[in-house]
Ligand binder design. Structure first.
Ligand code: ZN
Ligand code: ZN
Ligand code: ZN
Length: 373
């Protein structure tokens, strides 16, 4: 079932449909074929998932956008102002061929399909339409990575909501509790503080903090542990939070914690301060990596510095070596260097920021220091 939770700004969505169609033309394709997922949500405001029955927005260059949807799924799209958006709705019932309906809605055969469209549908669309298929991701991401004012407002709201959860960490994170119990309480707080749901909760205590994508475990939190808390989820508008802070249970049990953490904090701060239009994604990565490497911890910073964020938690632009894309105002992404000392402890500091006309705004503003609980 499609879900419409956020406010719908018809003129903003119309402009996105027009820009998507123009971008498709520029890319040399005849139509974009978009299945349910964040691209569809971006274009017409409808959330939801793909199922074995085809739902597909066909966006032909120079033609009428057409939403092909199973009759039984149609009520889920009732809240979408399709008339105002100029989107024609075509329903189908079991026994009919939805792929032929998509073919009828477009002109030409060169199509770009949503990156996350199930292969089941991609292949059948390819057989029905017959022309070359490419990915729509590179076309849509040119739009999605430049956030407009309403998207920035939603990301700011998400950032403030997750900051309120970090502010309450002392309620949940205590010596003697398991990571799992702490994670459960944090997940509830993520919802209490204004998210639709908790998308992810990482509680990495002691040696588990040295594994960047650790989730939680039955490990009991001990005095002296450094604990990495990386949490986030979407707000009603569909835009996500994602913020990491680090806590220590009293005095750290390892004597290298304070000095090493200071290096990480300096690296994260310098990388955030380097953000402004014109600076490239890889230059931001190099700022953080350079400081960590100069202090001798280069081999312990085992991932890119950040990822774009919006309707997806991970999207373009990636803040990574090799990405020479220059930042523009409206690009929003994480700055999250980490230092991971295998078998001992680890830490990561993560803010979501947006490049502005003159520099940078951070959506996460909790203290970056190691917080003693
Ligand atoms: Zn990640
Ligand atoms: Zn994170
Ligand atoms: Zn992140």
């Amino acid at each position: 079932m499609a879900t419409i939770t956020g406010p719908i700004d018809v003129s903003a969505l119309r402009a996105r449909l027009d820009r998507a169609s123009a971008a498709a033309e520029q890319a040399g394709v005849d139509a974009l074929l978009i299945s349910p997922g964040s691209d569809l949500r971006y274009l017409i405001g409808a959330g939801g998932d793909s199922f074995e029955r085809l739902t597909c927005l066909a966006l032909p260059v120079g033609g009428t956008p057409t939403l092909v949807v199973p009759k039984l799924e149609q009520p889920g799209y009732a809240g979408i102002p399709t008339d105002e958006l100029g989107v024609q709705v075509v329903t189908w019932v079991d026994g009919e061929d939805p792929y032929a309906l998509v073919k009828a809605a477009i002109k030409g055969t060169r199509t770009a399909v949503a990156d996350m469209m199930p292969a089941l549908h991609t292949i059948k669309l390819g057989q029905a339409i017959g022309g070359a298929q490419t990915l729509a991701g590179p076309i849509i991401r040119e739009l999605r990575m430049r956030k407009d004012a309403s998207e920035i407002a939603a990301l700011r709201k998400a950032g403030q909501a997750i900051d309120r959860v970090h502010a309450r960490m002392g309620e949940f994170l205590r010596v003697g509790r398991t990571e799992k119990d702490v994670a459960k309480d944090i997940a509830a707080a993520i919802v209490e503080e204004g998210h639709t749901f908790a998308d992810f909760v990482i509680v990495g205590s002691g040696p588990n903090g040295a594994s960047p994508h650790h989730r939680d475990s039955e490990r009991v939190i001990e005095a002296g542990d450094v604990v990495v808390i990386d949490i986030g989820g979407p707000v009603a508008e569909g835009y996500n939070s994602d913020s990491t802070r680090n806590y220590v249970m009293g005095e750290p049990k390892h004597d290298d914690v304070r000095d090493t953490y200071a290096v990480l904090q300096a690296a994260q701060q310098a990388a955030v301060e380097a953000v402004k239009p014109g600076v490239t994604c890889e230059e931001i990565d190099a700022v953080a990596r350079g400081i960590i490497a100069d202090a001798g911890f280069g081999e312990y910073f085992v991932h890119r510095t950040g990822h774009g964020i919006g309707l997806d938690v991970h999207e373009e632009p990636y803040i990574v070596s090799g990405n020479s894309l220059p930042l523009e105002a409206g690009m929003s992404f994480s700055v999250e260097p980490g230092i991971y000392l295998p078998g001992r402890w680890g830490a990561r500091i993560e803010d979501i920021v947006v490049a502005t006309e003159n520099g940078v705004e951070s959506f996460n503003n909790r203290p970056h220091e190691l917080v003693v609980l």
